[in-house]
Write a protein that binds this ligand. Sequence first.
Ligand code: SAH
Length: 420
Amino acid sequence: MKNLQLKRGKEDSLLRFHPWVFSGAIQHVDEGIAEGEVVRVLKSDGGFIAIGHYQAGSIAVRVLSFRDVEIDARFWHSRLASALAMRQAIGIADNPQNNTYRLVHGEGDHLPGLIIDVYGKTAVMQAHSIGMHLSRVEIAEQLVSVMGSRIENVYYKSETTLPFMDDMENGFLYGGSDDNTAVENGLMFYVDWLRGQKTGFFVDQRENRALLERFSAGKKVLNMFCYTGGFSFYAMRGGAKLVHSVDSSAKAIELTNRNVSLNFPGDTRHKAFCEDAFKFLDSLECRTESVEFATTADSASRNSCGAVANSTLSTLNYDLIILDPPAFAKHRGALHNALKGYTRLNMKAMQKIQPGGILFTFSCSQVVTKDHFRNAVFTAAAQAHRKVRILHQLHQPADHPINIYHPEGEYLKGLVLYVE
Ligand code: SAH
């Protein structure tokens, strides 16, 4: 096995069990090492410190173990079994009302570079590192062994996460099935393993959708960035008076309509719009006239907040709005503009929401911290001149655990706001 030696003083983060080695920390790496190969990481004094997958790039090693173990079938088996045991301990696995969950969440399950989502009898596996890609068959075999009768198919989907690999092709590694429907909290949805984003569905909003359901009775709901319509069909089950779903992708609108029909065939409360979210919000009338603490000068500017008259929409008073946009910042360099984007989006929604309305607002950008996001939303509230109270602070669910030594694993943040 090849070795990689760290520069003096560069072992500190590994001593704190952080699972990455950055390229700048490397003193020497054995010649001929290939991307994806398992490498032993040595301290500057030559002592062993970790073992992991090597890859060219800023993150040079993703650590698989801090013990000098063989990375073989037994290793994968024990890591996957530990991931399943945790999901069983919290009642997420083996629940007939919910056969959709994340089984492996990368660093959060001590398997950096690997994601596995379970949809009914199918596990969808996604590699984010070349090492995991090269180990895919061995991992799939152990996955089948650990999961037993729980799964019948393993679908591998890494074309989008490792686009530079020549031999990359999505497909079944085990079994093969046309049944693409799954159940989340008793609601059905269709999973597009082939072309869908991520592994086909955003499993991470399960608990936040369930919370939304509790607030939906009698409400006029606007689900922005709806993708597969997850929040929309929960709102419908919660007794919403009307649900409008918006996404700029035609494919997403098709999936949303399909999922709503799957659960509520012929229900006329739902309507989907293929439109840019910002433009859609601009086309709604402002709802801020009733804010009591605004000055006269303020209210003049507020009343001309850019509403474009739209006969069907401008008269609607949405009183429950969901904003779940894609990550505005994919890397640290984009942080500043991303925060401006969150402020702009939230300000528009706050200007338009009915007084006494509830706003579910999210950020899934890893580089945007909880504090950054809250600050951006605070600025939006001030700019929209609305009185705003925080009701809930939301995050990713327990099947997306955060390795305590890897705080970067915390990515999903949300606020539920009461907007007067
Ligand atoms: N809320 C969804 C996940 C949202 S993913 C769920 O619960 O599953 C983000 C979605 O935003 C994608 O479907 C993407 O097509 C859409 N999107 C991206 N930019 C957009 C824009 N400017 N306006 C509307 N939708 C947009």
